[in-house]
Write a protein that binds this ligand. Structure first.
Ligand code: HEM
Ligand SMILES: *[C@@H]1O[C@H](CO)[C@@H](O)[C@H](O)[C@H]1NC(C)=O
Ligand SMILES: *[C@@H]1O[C@H](CO)[C@@H](O)[C@H](O)[C@H]1NC(C)=O
Length: 510
């Protein structure tokens, strides 16, 4: 009995030393990790925010944390954030490479691609394409306004009643992205479209949940038939779905006259292949899915991953921000009315709003920015990784360290804001009532990895909010209970589900 206890004890110590986590020299301070699990057992994994706040309070603006045996550094506050993501931009522009999400997506596309030529080429291509040109006759603005007409129709049907807005906004924002990527929007009831959204939402949950944590921490488990398998299956089926759309595009496209981003990518593929010499082209064209030998990273699997990335990144983020907007507009009727007065004055008899109008709407701009600040939609950004050995605030950080940029901390930092803890559009207005944007406004992050869809998201938020506020009045339902402003924690956060009451406003257009 005693003998086996001693043996067990020796065995445990052996394991302890085998898996001992060695802190690099001059590494940022942090709680002591235990083998295999790191600091995971010390955190409440469902909502780690409180525990992490305590750690930040204890160890400062730059502290370390072990996720399993993987060292991570959490960055908070404006000063450290700017030093990392702006001053030392390239050193902090990588992405971690061996997490579950990387295995699911094979690190293709843009969001999870490591810093390097593949990422750079795809990022540049997408930015160019998203700028109004290259997308056929319809401008980005027209696509968004078209979708807003559908939202208006749905809201009109609910006029005088209360409704649950979550699905409406989620459907609308993914429709806008679909129209840009694939040229067609889906009817809100379309079945394939619904299962598509469901699978993406499910994957977001799985890859942030405890099973993914286990997958990342204990590689031995990876091949077992555990619930995380579902994430891989989901990804394959959405991939198949998108491949089908691509095939259809190949049949109907006219080279040089792109209808959407998919057509643009196909044009780009063709251009890059024809750059290769004629003989090589003959060989290559038989393997159209292989990586092109001209040194280009464009291929079909990258295209599918890019399309899925944009669909994924562009839907929940924007619709969650809209949910936050209406929560605050309903519970701050004075703010809502002031927006409506400004909108009525500036738009007058105009048929519809245009993005240019924002320059004449300082109050509306302030409200949208304040909504984004309190919405704190992507609180911990997307995780970064260091691309080489580097330093931050005097600490040494080795290459490949996981970096967690705490954007929340900057959006509510006391030294950055007039009213850090309240909803108050004055945070973005100066003494003259003009719109100003403080440096601490970084809901899209900063540096070379800054959100690729920032321009699109801002255009959507402006046009949707202005058009709907012009047409409707939004009222907190009498039986709505006490409004709860605390967001539900996640990679992307949203307010808890609530209902809104819609009323038509007078004779205004929209
Ligand atoms: C209010 C809406 C949005 C918010 C708050 C938001 C926020 C963010 C944040 C915080 C990041 C991480 C940046 C970093 O790694 O430092 C990001 C990345 C990204 N976002 Fe957005 N985003 C929004 C809308 C969109 C839209 C509409 C699109 C689609 C076109 C989009 C596409 C992307 C992509 C592709 C990346 C990865 C960029 C890269 O790794 O190089 N986002 N976004
Ligand atoms: C990020 O900052 C916020 C606000 O300061 C804090 O509540 C949260 O716990 C922090 N998260 C991490 C991971 O440090
Ligand atoms: C949006 O999607 C949900 C399911 O995700 C569906 O039930 C709903 O009818 C759709 N349309 C609207 C306008 O909410």
């Amino acid at each position: 009995m005693l003998g086996s206890l001693i043996l067990l004890w020796i065995g445990l110590w052996f394991l302890f030393f085998l898996f001992r986590t060695q802190r690099p020299k001059n590494f940022p301070p942090g709680p002591r990790p235990i083998p295999v699990f790191g600091n995971l057992l010390q955190l409440n994994l469902v909502n780690p925010m409180n525990d992490l706040e305590k750690l930040a309070g204890r160890y400062g603006k730059v502290f370390s944390l072990y996720i399993g045996s993987r060292p991570a550094v959490v960055i908070s506050g404006m000063q450290a954030m700017k030093e990392a993501l702006v001053t030392r931009s390239v050193e902090f522009a990588g992405r971690p490479q061996d997490l579950m999400v990387n295995h699911v997506t094979k690190s293709k596309g843009v969001i999870l691609a490591n810093y390097g030529p593949d990422w750079r080429e795809h990022r540049r291509f997408t930015l160019m394409t998203l700028r109004n040109f290259g997308l056929g006759k319809q401008t980005m603005e027209e696509r968004i306004l078209g979708e807003i007409r559908h939202i208006s129709l749905w809201l009109e049907r609910s006029a005088g009643k209360s409704m649950e807005p979550h699905h409406l906004f989620a459907n609308a924002t993914s429709d806008i992205i679909c129209s840009i990527l694939f040229g067609s929007r889906y009817e809100y009831e379309d079945e394939a479209f619904q299962s598509f959204i469901t699978m993406m939402e499910e994957n977001a949950k799985i890859t942030n949940g405890p099973w993914a944590m286990l997958y990342d921490t204990l590689p031995l488990l990876r091949n077992l038939p555990l619930p995380f398998r579902k994430a891989f299956q989901n990804y394959y089926s959405v991939q198949e779905h998108v491949l089908g759309i691509v095939k259809q595009h190949k049949r109907t496209r006219i080279p040089g006259q792109p209808r959407d981003l998919t057509d643009c990518y196909l044009d780009e593929l063709e251009k890059r292949y024809t750059l290769v010499s004629h003989v090589k082209w003959k060989i290559l064209s038989r393997f159209p899915c292989q990586r092109c030998e001209s040194g280009s990273s464009f291929d079909e699997s990258q295209m599918v991953a890019l399309l899925l990335d944009l669909l994924f990144a562009g839907t929940e983020t924007t619709s969650n921000t809209l949910l936050t907007a209406f929560l605050y507009l309903m519970t701050h009727p004075d703010v809502q009315e002031r927006c409506q007065r400004e909108i009525d004055t500036v738009l007058g008899e105009k048929e519809q709003a245009s993005y240019e109008d924002r320059h004449r709407m300082p109050y509306m701009q302030a409200v949208i920015h304040e909504v984004q600040r309190v919405a704190d939609t992507v609180p911990l950004s997307v995780f970064h990784a260091t691309t080489k050995d580097t330093q931050l605030m005097g600490f040494d950080i080795p290459k490949g360290t996981l970096i967690i940029p705490n954007l929340s901390s900057v959006l509510s930092e006391e030294s950055q804001w007039k009213f850090p803890h309240d909803f108050n559009p004055e945070n973005f207005l100066n003494q003259q009532g003009e719109f100003v944007k403080p440096e601490g406004f970084m809901p899209f992050s900063v540096g070379p990895r800054v959100c690729l869809g920032e321009g699109l998201a801002r255009m959507e938020l402006f046009l949707i909010l202005v058009t709907l506020l012009r047409r409707f009045q939004f009222v907190w339902p009498e039986d709505g209970g006490v409004p709860d402003y605390a967001p539900v924690f996640g990679v992307t956060q949203a307010p808890k589900p609530y209902r809104l009451c819609v009323r038509l406003r007078g004779t205004q257009r929209g």
